[in-house]
Design a protein around this ligand. Structure first.
Ligand code: HPA
Ligand code: MG
Length: 218
């Protein structure tokens, strides 16, 4: 169902409301080395996978038989991009459409502790023809810069898939074409999202605790 500005639920992703407390950590398994470092399980791994399966289907429906160059935005986007590629591969296996895919990697770094820093680094992105794969979009500044960069390669089409979009006060209104979840402005970790390089080995998306922040602060 579309709203007044033509946005459908599908465009917005799964909306997680500000008052969502997450699930108790006691209800799920997670690595013992992170006990005490987390407040809650915010999005369980299974839910992430189910949502990605649907995103893969939407992408396939939109892109038809075009060859896809998946641009995986490292480091946080590696798991999302890999699972999205697997989802697209599974769908092509189960239909008689074959989608040629190449995977490229681009590395962006803009966070230290839980704060954004200005020095974005792009490392290695030659020969791109087109498209996507980012774990998180908050202000949209990084995404805008990334798109500008990718446009210099004159791709046929660029689409961006973002697993998480945060509701932040100063967003630059640059939204991914495919959104997994829209979440409140909280710092989350897991599913390849890090806090100073920790928590990438956690499958669920979780909220870090204050003591976790102190423990891994640099
Ligand atoms: N978690 C991890 N990395 C991030 C986040 C976050 O919530 N926001 C931007 N980069
Ligand atoms: Mg990071």
């Amino acid at each position: 169902m579309a709203d007044a500005v033509g946005k459908t639920a599908e465009d917005c992703g799964v909306v997680i409301q500000d008052d969502w407390p997450g699930y108790s950590l006691d209800l799920f398994s997670y690595p013992a080395h992170y006990s005490g470092d987390l407040d809650c399980v915010y999005i369980p791994h299974g839910v992430i996978m189910d949502r990605i399966e649907r995103l893969a289907r939407n992408i396939m429906d939109d892109l038809g038989d075009s060859a896809i160059v998946v641009l995986c935005v490292l480091k946080g986007g590696y798991q999302f991009s890999a699972d999205l590629v697997e989802g697209i591969k599974a769908l092509s296996r189960n239909s008689n459409r074959t989608i040629p895919m190449r995977v490229h990697f681009i590395r962006l770094k803009s966070y230290q502790n839980d704060q954004s820093t200005e020095d974005l680094q792009i490392v290695g992105a030659e020969d791109l023809t087109f498209l996507f794969g980012k774990a998180i979009v908050d202000t949209g500044k990084t995404m805008k810069m990334l798109l500008k960069h990718v446009e210099t390669f004159r791709p046929k089409m660029i689409k961006v898939a973002g697993l998480l979009v945060k509701r932040v006060p100063h967003s630059v209104a640059c939204l991914p074409d495919y959104i997994g979840f829209e979440i409140p402005n909280r710092f989350v970790v897991g599913y390849a999202l890090d806090y100073n390089e920790y928590f990438r080995d956690l499958d669920h998306i979780c909220v870090i605790s204050e003591s976790g922040k102190r423990k891994y602060k640099i």
